[in-house]
Design a protein around this ligand. Sequence first.
Ligand code: ADP
Ligand code: MG
Length: 404
Amino acid sequence: MTAPRRPGPAPALDLAALVADPQTRIIVCCGSGGVGKTTTSAALALAAAEAGRQVVVLTIDPARRLAQSLGLVELDNEPRVVETPGSPGELSAMMLDMKRTFDDVVSAHSTPERAEVIFANPFYQALSSSFAGTQEYMAMEKLGQLRASERWDLIIVDTPPSRSALDFLDAPNRMSRFLDGTMIRLLTAPARAGGRAGVRIVGAGFAIFTRIISKILGGQLLNDISAFVSALDTMFGGFRERATATYELLRQPGTSFVVVAAPEPDALREASYFVDRLSTEGMPLAGLVINRTHPPATTALSATRAEAAAEAVAEAGGKGAKLAAGALRVHAERMTLATREQRLADRFTSAHPEVKVRTVPAAAGDVHDLEGLRTMGEALLAAEDDTGTGTPRSRVLPLRPQAG
Ligand SMILES: Nc1ncnc2c1ncn2[C@@H]1O[C@H](COP(=O)(O)OP(=O)(O)O)[C@@H](O)[C@H]1O
Ligand SMILES: [Mg+2]
């Protein structure tokens, strides 16, 4: 039996260089839900301002306390400057309000009278506030607006809390396909073509189809959709064009994706899909952040040895034995956890040996204020080998465990 091939170490992700590089204009933080995308976006933005950049961070769903500490108490859908005393750059932050963004798009593309009709339409109200994909679509829309304003030299984009990281790339297209898709065209054919064209094409079957759909959805909703689509007629195609244009923005030089994952099988699998997708789309990946890792305070003592020592100490008894045995057991558990996390990271790296990695240790509590963001920013940006334990920052444990 041959031993499995040991993967080489992951290349180190240098976020300090990325953030300081004036060529970097957009950073998109992606990943599956709950891994730390919003926190990472905000921490990177603060670090960028402290490195002298004029930066804006577009957050999507900041936790309330984090939003408060960024001054985002009002949902005004526009960036606000965050006080960062002593920083040579400037940090602005905003929280995406998808309905307001959608309304602005409608206003910008129709007359005030038409806009009023659209706003009053119940289907529009549902679409703009809760349709799956609207948030992703509007995040891209907002990114396009921020970029066009030329007010910032770096835009950091958080992504919606979708289950799948891929939704950020897929949802806008899905939504524009839906909006000018076959289904809506069929449903609204009577309204759009005086009833004749649609009926002629699909014949009697269509009448039955419409009747069934009306039963399921309710006739009123169908009318709403029809009216909405007719009102939006001028914007049609516009939706798809806009989605395509922003999508292209993500492909331009100056855009970088940072994929965030937790040291967990699901999150890393998701990160893996996402990395593959970026590469097929020709979108530039900066690297992977493995967030909330648990590196041990020392790696000089292995889990097995710590476990054995705990037993020995406990057996020997005496003053302080209980405490010492307890500490040794805590260390053993931490080593086991770190070993598991490193193994998961290695599995990712053997599938994607070219992807640069940075690990960020879990903070003691939540990250909800500027101080917490600053600490996280340091963990994200610090030099690869600048650690107390000698473990490089691309890893949870050193490449070769020290004396066990
Ligand atoms: N390195 C970290 N250490 C401790 N807590 C963290 C860390 N990163 C994120 N968190 C916390 O985890 C929670 C989820 O983070 P968040 O950024 O909102 O995730 P996402 O945007 O991916 O859903 C938040 O409460 C945040 O404070
Ligand atoms: Mg989030």
